[in-house]
Design a protein around this ligand. Structure first.
Ligand SMILES: [Zn+2]
Length: 346
């Protein structure tokens, strides 16, 4: 595994609609391994990994390139900046954070934390769009480098070691990493299916990119790769802890917008058991992934979600385990290798 690549994916900015830098990294890593590549009108990158085989099933494996973040919405006469959030971000996590503003050149800023001596002691959480973003620069310098619409991310850097990853944007750069590493392995194998890999845009804004992929690819099967919520903490009831770190990839049964294909899930479980790859099943009624779009757009597909468990999703610092990443790659490789043996029975 190329863990430097994972660090690069996590540290590179790519909020919804501004995924170009991430797309470049994906292309640099797998373009030469694939038969063809297209970029659709929205910016989804779609790779045909192996040569087309007539009458063989087609499997689409997707990871989204965007991360939750912010856009500059206003620059005030004193040089202070306001932003809006793109994707689900808890405003409680925002106050006092360091941010990177990706303007003409990257500028570091802080979400102004009013000292307790002069704050009005209100317990109410300040909404993201009401917070003041302070670069410490004069107005004339701010407008030299920063424009309305520039992307803003948490400035925390990815750290890898002790069998764990601590980073922003693990949703879904860890999924993208799994996809790239699996393509590296699978491109060397003789496959009996048509394997299409997509790196999609704007998932965090309502699965927007994924909605136009199915009609182009027309897959029989689809797997959305994700970093998924783990809440495996002491004090959290076990029925609310969802996927746990170190217990292998999560195979999703349901979420708020998906009932995954039961037969496809059973098929994946049987492969995992045979290959002794740990996995965990989750049935929940919250959250959603691109899988929903792949299941119900175009002609539909047998859809599921395979995820690396991640603590503190959508925060400046999430945590996942290297062991879980490895097991997710191994399981995905087995799924694509064997998908031609899937039987729609049982
Ligand atoms: Zn995601």
């Amino acid at each position: 595994m190329d863990l430097e690549l994972l660090k690069d994916l996590c540290d590179t900015p790519g909020v919804p609609g501004l995924e170009d830098k991430i797309a470049k990294i994906v292309q640099n890593n797998i373009l030469k391994l694939c038969q063809s590549h297209e970029i659709d009108a929205m910016g989804n990158n779609i790779f045909r990994v192996n040569k087309k085989i007539e009458k063989a099933p087609t499997i689409l494996v997707d990871a989204h390139m965007d991360e939750v973040g912010f856009l500059v919405s206003n620059i005030e006469s004193n040089g202070m900046i306001r932003v809006i959030a793109l994707g689900g971000i808890d405003p409680k996590l925002f106050y006092g954070q360091r941010l990177s503003i990706w303007g003409k050149k990257p500028i570091e800023a802080t979400v102004a934390a009013i000292p307790p001596h002069i704050s009005n002691k209100s317990d109410a959480v300040t909404q993201v769009e009401d917070c003041i973003i302070d670069t410490g620069l004069k107005y004339k310098d701010v407008i030299k480098f920063i424009n309305i619409g520039d992307q803003v991310t948490f400035s925390t850097k990815c750290e890898i070691g002790y069998d764990r990853v601590l980073s922003k944007a693990l949703d879904d750069r860890v999924g993208l990493f799994v996809l790239i590493e699996a393509v590296k392995v699978l491109s060397k194998k003789k496959l009996n299916c048509n394997f299409i890999a997509s790196a999609s845009v704007q998932e965090e804004m309502g699965l927007r990119g994924a909605r136009i992929i199915n009609s182009r690819v027309n897959p029989d099967f689809s797997v959305a790769l994700e970093g998924t919520v783990s809440n495996d903490l002491i004090g959290v009831a076990s029925y609310k802890s969802l996927a746990s770190l170190d217990n292998g990839p999560e195979i999703r049964i349901s979420d708020k917008y998906l009932i995954a294909d039961r037969k496809l899930n059973s098929f994946i479980e049987s492969i995992a058991k045979k290959k002794k790859i740990p996995y965990q099943l989750t049935a929940k009624n919250a959250g959603g992934t691109n899988s929903t779009a792949f299941q119900v757009t175009g002609n539909g597909s047998k859809a599921t979600v395979l995820s690396v468990p991640v603590r503190y999703l959508h925060s400046p610092s999430s945590i996942c385990k290297i062991k879980d990443i490895k097991n997710t790659i191994s399981l995905l490789v087995e799924i694509v290798t064997k998908i031609n043996t899937f039987k729609n029975v049982g």
